[in-house]
Design a protein around this ligand. Structure first.
Ligand SMILES: C[S@@+](CC[C@H](N)C(=O)[O-])C[C@H]1O[C@@H](n2cnc3c(N)ncnc32)[C@H](O)[C@@H]1O
Length: 292
């Protein structure tokens, strides 16, 4: 398995890039992910990612073209997902937001074949890489989402549909004026709480200590979640989470990594669930909302 994690480029030469000699308006990947699946309707949102146009290798492009129709999902905000239909079974579905190049995603999916992983990112090379990994490793429990996870949560997932949430090394947005772009905020948690089943695990990790403190604070204060760590602090990295690519870069710089393991509380516990739904519905009706 590990050789695929390092060289998912076959049958093309490793690292070979493809040249795009397209006519104006022609899609980059006709059978692959759409460039901006949700379209301008959602453009006013303050987003947690920076749109970037990145080089796609030949192997990644091949995977996008070949596998997207079966294993990809454009997050266009237009339909409500039937997750059993998407995965072809009724196993629990864990949402991973921001999988990067997908190496950790693939390893975790391989280690737990009875859990479906809906892995979402906007990063096209990573989408191709994860599709390639899933293909080479024979993983049937991975689907790759293309677009903003906030739109997926708000528009396309039903209440209580997720068995877990993973957010590993989200963009730290270190500058103060960018803090509003950070994903883990009270509004985001309120939305996520409505989509998570009671008992679902929320697993976050970051190598940016001020963000780790913020995560601990907002998760700890949110009525929809409880810390699985008895003293209410950070969790040791669980054995089931492999090192990620960004984590490796952070460790090389001497950063400290913190994991957070929280659980979605039972409905009615603390008496807040109904209120969360009401708050969420209100946000759905407010088109001018900036989102998380
Ligand atoms: C710093 S990278 C970490 C990647 C990976 N988890 C790792 O540890 O190597 C964060 C990723 O989150 C993605 N991202 C940020 N906000 C997102 C959102 N709202 N929806 C989907 N992906 C998002 C970015 O595109 C980026 O690839």
């Amino acid at each position: 398995m590990s050789e695929f994690l390092n060289t998912p480029e076959a049958p093309h030469a490793p690292g070979a890039s493809i040249r795009h000699t397209r006519d104006k308006g022609e899609p980059r990947f006709p059978n692959g992910p759409k460039a901006d699946p949700a379209g301008s309707h959602f453009e006013r949102r303050i987003r947690s990612f920076q749109p970037r146009r990145s080089r796609v290798t030949a192997g990644q492009a091949d995977a996008l073209q070949r596998l997207w129709a079966d294993r990809g999902l454009d997050i266009d905000g237009q339909l409500t997902l039937d997750l059993a239909e998407l995965f072809g079974n009724t196993n629990p579905v864990v949402l991973e937001i921001g999988f990067g190049m997908g190496e950790a995603t693939a390893r975790m999916a391989a280690a737990d074949p009875d859990t479906n992983v809906l892995a979402v990112d906007v990063h096209t090379p990573g989408q191709g890489n994860l599709l390639n990994l899933a293909d080479h490793m024979g993983l049937t429990n991975v689907r790759v989402g293309n677009g903003d996870a906030i739109i997926l949560l708000r528009e396309m997932l039903t209440p209580d549909s997720l068995g877990g949430l993973r957010v590993y090394f989200p963009d730290p947005w270190p500058k103060k004026r960018h803090h509003k772009r950070r994903l883990i905020q009270p509004e985001f948690l309120t939305l996520a709480a409505t989509r998570l089943k009671p008992g679902a695990l929320v697993h976050c990790a970051t190598d940016w200590e001020p963000y780790a403190e913020q995560m601990l604070e907002v998760l700890g204060a949110h009525p929809g979640f409880e810390n699985t760590v008895p003293d209410g602090g950070f969790a040791p990295r669980p054995a089931f989470r492999p090192l990620t690519r960004f984590e490796g870069q952070g460790l090389d710089k001497g950063h400290v990594v913190n994991d957070l393991l929280f659980r979605r509380v039972q409905h009615g516990q603390h008496g807040h669930h109904t209120e969360e739904h009401r708050e969420h519905d209100q946000r759905d009706n407010d088109q001018s909302s900036t989102g998380a």
